[in-house]
Design a protein around this ligand. Structure first.
Ligand code: HEC
Ligand code: HEC
Length: 263
């Protein structure tokens, strides 16, 4: 299955294939969070990485992993009815600061043979924030509380620029540049959908109406889609609301002049 662009333009096709390769191998770097945010918010942000598999409410649902209510100071592998791995079950002790820190950083190394399908949280600061927050014994994690508008207000432009690097394999983003595999994103916030001059959009996107408001972009980034010209698989990585908000904060700067190129 070769994308249609490969039949019409060899150079675009090569760029697209290289681009897809890059998108596949370059992980989004999650920059450190600003120090001044409330612990509550920083902890919740870090927990975004855990929430797909763990609940925090007392007696909360078992997802992929056990409920984590009261995890700080809790005996290892003690949620009744959860099918822990043998290796976690045979680990003695409680989850204190040191044990949690090592497990969250490199689960496979810290408890060889355990079943947590999580590569690890590399940022020491994010781990510190997460553990400090878990220590306060939080009893709920509601992703809606990481309210998108509130996240936008943080205006994490430079983190957004970093995230956008993965987009720049297909998109351009400055006033004087041509479209690439994707349309130029200059001025995209507030721009009518599918309106970059000279870009050959797919039928599908042409059928959408309205302008790219932050909310519309937020929704778009959560969709799973394939275009004639390739795919937006990069979006698969924008699972965290805070990443989408940072990216949109950066996109908003793309019409106020100055040097805002993705670095
Ligand atoms: C993709 C799913 C997944 C993700 C993501 C994940 N976990 Fe887990 N977690 C598990 C599973 C499954 C287990 C049980 C492992 C076992 O039995 O070996 C587990 C076990 C644990 C335990 C031990 C619980 C106990 O009762 O002893 C802790 C602590 C924990 N996870 C914390 C975290 C934290 C903090 C994060 C986020 C940084 C996280 N996990 C991300 C699936 C996940
Ligand atoms: C593999 C190439 C590729 C990557 C990577 C990519 N895009 Fe796109 N993007 C496209 C194409 C192609 C279109 C046009 C889609 C169509 O015609 O249906 C598009 C359309 C868009 C649009 C709609 C623009 C308009 O004028 O209506 C936005 C916004 C957008 N992309 C943002 C992003 C962001 C942000 C990222 C990074 C997270 C990204 N894209 C990554 C190829 C890509």
């Amino acid at each position: 299955m070769s994308p249609s662009v490969c039949r019409t333009s060899l150079s675009r096709c090569i760029a697209l294939l290289l681009g897809l390769l890059l998108v596949a191998v370059v992980p989004f770097s999650r920059a450190e969070q600003p120090e001044n945010l409330e612990l509550e918010q920083r902890g919740r942000d870090a927990f975004e990485q855990c929430a797909a598999c763990h609940t925090l409410e007392p007696g909360g649902e078992t997802l992929v992993g056990p409920n984590l209510y009261g995890i700080f100071g809790r005996a290892v592998a003690s949620v009744e009815g959860f099918a822990y791995s043998e290796s976690l079950r045979s680990k003695v002790g409680v989850w204190d600061e040191d044990a949690l820190n090592r497990y969250i950083a490199r689960p496979k190394l810290a408890v060889p043979g355990n079943n947590m399908p999580f590569v690890g949280m590399t940022s020491p600061r994010a781990r510190r924030d997460l553990i400090a927050w878990l220590k306060t014994n939080p009893s709920r994690y509601d992703p809606a509380e990481s309210d998108f508008q509130a996240l936008l207000v943080r205006d994490e432009v430079s983190r957004g620029a970093q995230i956008a690097r993965a987009c720049m394999v297909c998109h351009t983003a400055s006033e004087d540049m041509e479209n690439n595999i994707g349309p130029n994103l200059w001025g995209v916030v507030g721009r009518p959908i599918a309106s970059a001059p000279g870009f050959d959009y797919s039928e599908r996107i042409m059928r959408r109406e309205g302008v790219w408001t932050p909310d519309a972009l937020n929704g778009f980034f959560m969709e799973n889609k394939t275009f004639d010209q390739g795919s937006h698989r990069a979006f698969g990585r924008l699972k965290r609301p805070s990443d989408r908000a940072a990216l949109i904060s950066w996109l908003k700067t793309l019409n106020s002049g100055g040097d805002h190129h993705a670095r």
